[in-house]
Design a protein around this ligand. Structure first.
Ligand SMILES: NC(=O)c1ccc[n+]([C@@H]2O[C@H](COP(=O)([O-])OP(=O)(O)OC[C@H]3O[C@@H](n4cnc5c(N)ncnc54)[C@H](O)[C@@H]3O)[C@@H](O)[C@H]2O)c1
Ligand SMILES: OCCc1c[nH]c2ccccc12
Length: 293
């Protein structure tokens, strides 16, 4: 399979168009079987063998050690991988990166994110945190720096003091959460790329909603899975989906989504139908819950 294409970030670095998430699919497993998560190492190794090069981790997922082992065991040269981690508590910056790098057994991460703005009581705390993030990038411990779950006011506060514009904002994004179509264009105008999570919500908690029919039809037309269609729907808009699975066959479906070509009318139909509803995956009450993941 051809290498997964990349998107250029505002600092000149490139981010592969599909990321493998380590935060949610494995959380149930962690509760059932605490301790070193060999299942995560195994699926990461499979994902890397299948061509995935972008891994999304976080201090808060408590699995950086496993990611480090999988990277070492994959045998893939470090510079061919794109590794993200996130700081959980901004008050631990800039030292937190050293702890993460030690667990990951890495000299640097490709992308370091502030996991959430909500740990800050005042916007000034976010500004202080951002300056610490800048010092981390300057030290070479993170090639790129960014944020996650930040809304426009959070980023506006950061931009007031920034000498480095965040490269990325990682947010929940799917047809049923397009944020009134405002946040993504605003981020792009400011040179900030978007990586998305919960992108498969219409096929999970949103199952039973108005997108069921269109997704099924489009997937049938191209002989791919519906999640491939949703992945391409994001990539088509210049968004980098972060998704995951513990099932290798699903990873293969996701990869088909990277290569899929959709007609502009198909992308628009998903956008239009998705905009008829608005909810976060975590707060869904409208459709029948789906727990097949
Ligand atoms: N920054 C943040 O605050 C934040 C929050 C949540 C997730 N994340 C990141 O994003 C990653 C992906 O998040 P996600 O797991 O919610 O993403 P997702 O919406 O892509 O869902 C992936 C899950 O859907 C399941 N799935 C795939 N196809 C399905 C189908 N047809 N029917 C039913 N289930 C199906 C998979 O097995 C997997 O468990 C996480 O692992 C984490 O790395 C970040
Ligand atoms: O990324 C998953 C959701 C999330 C946001 N902040 C966190 C901190 C620790 C663990 C998970 C999260």
């Amino acid at each position: 399979m051809a290498p997964i294409p990349s998107l250029k970030l505002n600092d000149g670095n490139s981010i592969p168009l599909l990321g493998f998430g380590t935060g949610t699919a494995q959380s149930k497993r962690r509760q059932e079987k605490p301790g070193f998560n060999q299942d995560l190492v195994d699926i990461l190794e499979i994902a890397i063998k299948q061509g995935i090069r972008h891994i999304d981790g976080a201090e808060g997922y408590a699995n950086e050690e496993e990611i480090g082992v999988a990277i070492k065991e994959s045998g893939i040269p470090r510079e061919e991988l794109f590794i993200t981690t996130k700081v959980r508590d901004i008050r631990t910056l800039p030292g937190a990166i050293d702890v993460s790098l030690e667990k990951l057994q890495l000299e640097y991460v490709d992308l370091y994110l502030i996991h959430s703005p909500y740990g800050a009581k005042e916007l000034s705390e976010l500004q202080t945190a951002w300056l610490a993030m800048e010092s981390i990038q300057k030290s070479g411990k993170a090639k790129s720096i960014g944020v996650s779950n930040h809304l426009q006011p959070h980023i506006e506060a950061i931009l007031e003091v920034a000498t480095i514009v965040p490269a990325v904002n990682q947010i929940e994004f799917h047809p049923y959460l397009q944020r009134g179509n405002n946040l993504v264009p605003w981020l792009k105008e400011h040179g900030i790329e978007v990586t998305s999570y919960n992108g498969l919500t219409p096929l999970r908690k949103g199952l039973g909603g108005p997108l069921d029919g269109p997704l099924k039809e489009i997937a049938k037309k191209y002989g791919v899975s519906e999640n491939a269609v949703l992945i391409q729907w994001q990539i088509h808009q210049g968004i980098v989906p972060i998704t995951t699975s513990s099932k290798p066959e699903r990873l293969a479906e996701y990869l088909q989504g990277v290569e899929l070509k959709l007609e502009p009318e198909e992308v628009e139909e998903i956008t239009r139908v998705g905009l008829t509803h608005h909810f976060r995956a975590s707060q869904l009450t409208r459709f029948e819950p789906d727990d097949r993941s």
